[in-house]
Write a protein that binds this ligand. Structure first.
Ligand code: SAM
Length: 250
């Protein structure tokens, strides 16, 4: 297994974003993400009538899985997060919502960039869908990471991304791509350090996420902007919108 060097610029096994979750705007954002997922549930490409296996990647405290449990009553939600503290929150939330021994929502610590042996088990592959919410902006190589994530999904399954919409992006162009001379390469120098927490990408334009999911081995990419503004404070780089993107895995 590759050695994972931990720095405060990136999340790691001992990260604890707990205090973030106490903030009022974050609690509202979580409700907005859940509303976004629920109102778009029929569009996600996940079959509501079958027992679907859904990978909730970078699952945090369970925003995605807890929003979709009732919408997909046959589905099993398997969470994975780099931070042990978040895995504990997710599993506590599962017990709160479903009681003990339900088998419908559980998480383990893990990072697909440095997969531990348990991730070679069939339980962690051939998912019907994978959803990554508010975490793609944390990974150093978004396209390479999306490719690793989609490898966990079966052919014709769904890959779903929820994240910050890049400020001043439009439906037909990308601000960052323009700065990069129109190409589509991510330069780590464009990652921003928040006053609290790790370095992150300053969101994704609709154009970028479309190109990134396609480059990662998906087709039929479709992106929707969530209509409500987000009440993020000033130090959050002026973010005020999120998007939801879905694609079919080739
Ligand atoms: C802003 S939280 C989002 C949590 C949740 N998905 C949600 O929508 O509320 C970002 C999460 O990504 C996790 N994370 C960051 N880098 C990761 C990686 N390489 N692999 C797995 N999880 C990661 C963090 O520990 C954190 O729980």
């Amino acid at each position: 297994m590759a050695l994972h060097v931990h720095t405060d610029d990136h999340d790691h096994i001992n990260s604890d974003p707990g205090p973030m979750y106490q903030m009022e705007w974050v609690q509202k954002l979580i409700r907005q993400i859940q509303h976004c997922l629920q109102t778009n549930s029929a569009w996600l490409g996940i079959d509501q009538s079958k027992r679907q296996r859904v990978l909730d990647y970078a699952c945090g405290n369970g925003t995605v899985s807890s929003a979709l449990l009732a919408v997909f009553p046959e589905a099993v939600f398997q969470g994975m997060d780099i931070a042990t503290s978040q895995v504990q929150r997710f599993n506590n939330e599962a017990t709160k919502l479903l009681g003990e021994s339900h088998g419908r929502m559980f998480a383990i610590q893990g990072d697909l960039n440095y997969p531990q042996p348990v991730l070679s088990e069939p339980e962690w592959s051939e998912f019907d869908a994978a959803i990554i919410s508010m975490a793609l902006h944390h990974v150093k190589d978004p396209v390479g990471f999306l490719a690793r994530l989609r490898q966990r999904v079966k052919q014709d399954g769904a890959l779903v991304v929820v994240d910050w919409l890049q400020q001043s992006s439009t439906t037909d162009g990308s601000h960052a791509a323009e700065r990069r001379g129109g190409d589509h390469k991510y330069d780590a120098a464009d990652m921003a350090k928040l006053s609290q927490g790790p370095k992150i990408w300053p969101g994704f334009s609709i154009h970028d996420i479309h190109a990134d999911m396609t480059a990662a081995g998906c087709t039929d990419v479709d992106v929707r902007e969530y209509p409500e503004p987000i009440d993020a404070p000033e130090q959050m780089l002026g973010y005020d919108r999120i998007f939801i993107a879905k694609a079919t895995v080739l």
